[in-house]
Design a protein around this ligand. Sequence first.
Ligand code: ADP
Ligand code: MG
Ligand code: ZN
Length: 262
Amino acid sequence: MDQLQKIAERILNSIKANSSGTEEKTHYECEICKDEEWLFDIENNTARPCKCREVKLYKRIIESSGITEAFLQRNFNNFKPTNKITADAKAMAMDYVKKFDSIKNLRNNSIAFLGQVGAGKTHLSIAIANEFMKRNIGVRYMQYREDITRIKQVAMDEESYAKEINKYKNATVLLIDDLYKNATHRTRAGYEVLNDADKRAIFEIVNYRYFKNAPMIISSEYLINDIIDFDEGIGTRITEMCKGHIIEFQGQELNYRLHKAL
Ligand SMILES: Nc1ncnc2c1ncn2[C@@H]1O[C@H](COP(=O)(O)OP(=O)(O)O)[C@@H](O)[C@H]1O
Ligand SMILES: [Mg+2]
Ligand SMILES: [Zn+2]
C-alpha cells in the first residue's frame, strides 16, 4: 500500500510537471512501463511490477553502496587472459551466459569461481551479472562480508532477520561475492571451522535456492573441498548446482596484480 501511495504521488508529480510546460520525455529505458516500473490496471485498480523493475532496483542498491564504478568496469572485453587457465575460465563464463536461457530452470544452472586471490573471480562474476542485467535478468549482488554482517545484526529479531534473508532468497539470480570471507575461526585443535551464524544464514539461502532451482554465481577464496568440509549440506548443494561450471584457480602466478608487475 505504502508503495502504491508513492507511485500515485510520483505520477501526479509528473503530470503536474508536464502541464507546467516541461517537455515530455520521448525516450524511455523501458517502453513497456515508460520507466514507471509498474503496470497499472485502471479497471481493477491494481498494479504489478514491470519486468524491468528488479534490475533497476538492484542497480539502485549497487549505486547506493558506492560500487557502481567497479561494477561498470568489469566486463568480458577487458578481461585479458594471461594463460590457459584464465582463458578457459573466461570461455566457460561466456559459454554459461550464452546457454543460460536453456538451463536457468534446471537444478544445474549455477557457476562458481574459486581459489587464488586476484585471479579474476570477482571480475568474471560481475561480467556475467552485467550481461544478465542487459537482458533484464535481475542479479542481486551480495558482498559477502558486508551483507552477512547486516544479516547477523538482526539475527535476534525473527521478523527483521527473515526480511533481510528474503532479499537473497528471492532474487532471480544471486551473486555471492567472496563466500565465507571472514566467516571462519580456528578451533583449539587448530582446525578452521565455519562460524555458526554464517552457517545458519547461508544454509537458509542456499537450501531455499536449491529447491527452487534459483541460479547463483559464486566467488570464494576457498576451493570446493573446503566448502564441503565447512558444511556438507551447503557444500554438496552448491556442488550440485554448479556441476560442470566450477572453476578452481590454484597458484600465485594466477594473481593478475602480480602478473602485471612482472
Ligand atoms: N585477466 C584479467 N584481465 C584484466 N583484468 C583482470 C584480469 N584478472 C583480474 N583482473 C583485475 O585484477 C583485479 C583483481 O581481480 P578480481 O576479480 O578482484 O580477483 P579475485 O576476485 O579473484 O580476487 C581487478 O581489478 C580485476 O579487474
Ligand atoms: Mg574477489
Ligand atoms: Zn518496465
